[in-house]
Design a protein around this ligand. Structure first.
Ligand code: KIV
Ligand code: ZN
Length: 512
């Protein structure tokens, strides 16, 4: 019988450390609910000591989830652990995750502590966390560059103090699979009480090896994988959940380890993360990229038509990509929409369905065929994403080759309606200038990109913007068959994210 690997998702904590990828509390809650539905065992909901916003988001997630464990991160300090506990104490299954660096370079230059002091701080933190909950994880930050015998020493001490999960991160994405697997095997074999804890791995993707390292470490005995959806995270990102889960699933002949993940929810969850963070999934991304199951070469297409398994090692349906891109049109009813959304992994309440049905009808009026990609955008934009300060109420644009482009806009700002008009070099410039004036923003537009969701001139355009205001950077995303409307939605979404960042400053700039 296969053993089980615990899937620990840190999209809401390490994933949120991707540049510009802030999520507000409502969005975090939405995503946490989706992660629970996906079958994630442990959801790291945030770092409560880092900001008021994180504390609130973690508390709301903790109060809501019943199946998944909810973890909160804390440095090895009483203050951080108290904040973490404040946020998760009412969770059905709380976990405190405390960490301290163990590599010599971190000890000398960052912590300015000796090894003995680090062990003492780690033990004190774990013992304190254990006085609050039975479920305590300890991480040795920069573990992959730490002395292996020092790791065994600190792990033995924190397990004795009550840690039930021991995490050995490759914090800077430096490890190579064989080396990392050997390190994991070594510390499990040489930590005398290692059997009393689950060993975990947490990899970053700086060398593009995060998934390979995670799989190698599972082969060496790790039984928890720390991952994020779409592999988002600090710098080059974290190990991607979908890659690890599908590698275990697809190569179960080699890896006698399985996860609890309901793979059919992978694709909807990936779309949701991309929509709410604004981070685009690269087209060739394994499992969830737009081209992951697309066959371009004639010889491949021919093979796939004869037997999909000639060139497909996984079925697209397994990860929630319906082959049935059937399509709904303006005569399709509510029942057909609901059942089609179910096959795509979205179970909606009656109220949500009513809203989506209305948006679907509006789109079907503009576009002959509404395909899965369109439905995904309607669902993620319509109900899974929450808007806060600014809402786009109305937009009218005049453009052409003989007129000065002009936009008229009405914005809802915290329930107050403001309207105005403005000019620009083109229709999008006019729209952005007008929105900026009404919103009173001093932010700068760093990036603007448009892509088409599907083929055809009636395809929905998907727009991403990157905005900066002083030291804050936020991404915004919007989709619509009209690319000027999509651009306005993306801009407004970016402004909302900047507002959220302003309202929730990180308390301590040196947190991670
Ligand atoms: O990368 C890392 O070391 C971390 C720890 C806090 C687990 O994110
Ligand atoms: Zn990390």
């Amino acid at each position: 019988m296969s053993e089980r690997v615990i899937i620990f998702d840190t999209t809401l904590r390490d994933g949120e450390q991707s540049p510009g990828a802030s999520m507000n509390t409502g969005e975090k809650l939405r995503l946490a609910i989706q992660l629970e539905k996906l079958g994630v065992d442990v959801i790291e909901a945030g770092f409560p000591a880092a900001s008021e916003g994180d504390l609130e988001a973690v508390s709301r997630i903790a109060a809501r989830l019943k199946q998944a464990e909810v973890a909160a991160l804390a440095r090895a300090s009483k203050h951080d652990i108290d904040e973490a506990w404040k946020a998760i104490q009412h969770a059905a299954k709380p976990r405190i995750h405390t960490f301290i660096a163990t590599s010599d370079i971190h000890l000398e230059f960052k912590l300015r502590m000796r090894r003995d002091e680090v062990v003492a701080a780690a033990v004190e933190a774990v013992a304190y966390a254990k006085s609050l909950t039975d479920n305590v994880e300890f991480s040795a930050e920069d573990g992959s560059r730490s002395d292996r015998d020092f790791l065994c020493r600190i792990f033995e001490a924190v397990i004795a103090a009550g840690a039930t999960t021991i995490n050995l991160p490759d914090t800077v994405g430096y490890a190579i699979p064989q080396e990392y697997a050997e390190l994991v095997a070594y510390v499990i074999a040489h930590t005398p009480n290692s059997r009393q804890a689950v060993f975990s791995v947490h990899c970053h993707n700086d060398l593009g090896l995060a998934t390979a390292n995670t799989i190698a470490a599972i082969g060496a005995g790790a039984r928890q994988a720390e991952v994020t959806i779409n592999g988002i995270g600090e710098r080059a990102g974290n190990t991607s959940l979908e890659e690890v889960v599908m590698a275990l699933h697809t190569r179960s002949n080699l890896m006698a380890v399985e996860s609890n993940i309901r793979t059919r929810y992978i694709h909807p969850t990936s779309r949701l993360v991309s929509m709410i963070t604004g981070i685009i999934v690269q087209p060739n991304k394994a499992i969830v990229g737009a081209n992951a199951f697309a066959h371009e070469a004639g010889i491949h297409q021919d093979g796939v038509l004869k037997n999909p398994m000639t060139y497909e090692i996984m079925k697209p349906e397994t990860v929630g990509l319906t082959t049935n891109t059937l399509v709904l049109g303006k005569h399709s009813g509510r029942h057909a929409l609901r059942s089609h959304l179910r096959t795509m992994g979205y179970d909606l309440s009656n109220d949500e369905l009513a809203l989506i049905f209305k948006k679907f009808k509006e789109l079907a009026d503009k576009k002959k065929q509404v395909v899965d990609e369109d439905l995904e955008v309607i669902v993620t934009e319509g109900i899974l994403r929450t808007s806060d300060v600014f809402k786009l109420d109305y937009l009218q644009v005049i453009a052409g080759n003989t007129v000065l482009p002009m936009a008229s806009v009405r914005l809802d700002i915290n329930g107050r309606q403001v309207q105005g008009a403005g000019y620009g070099n083109g229709p999008i410039d006019a729209t952005f200038n007008t929105i900026a004036k009404l919103a009173g923003t001093s932010s700068e537009l760093l990036r603007f990109s448009v892509s088409a969701l599907t083929g055809g001139t009636d395809a929905q355009g998907e727009v991403t913007v990157r905005l900066r205001e002083n030291a804050l950077v936020a991404l915004g995303k919007g989709a619509d068959p009209d690319i000027i409307t999509a651009s306005a939605k993306a801009y407004v979404n970016g402004l909302n994210r900047l507002e959220y960042l302003k309202a929730n400053p990180v308390r301590d700039a040196a947190v991670l």
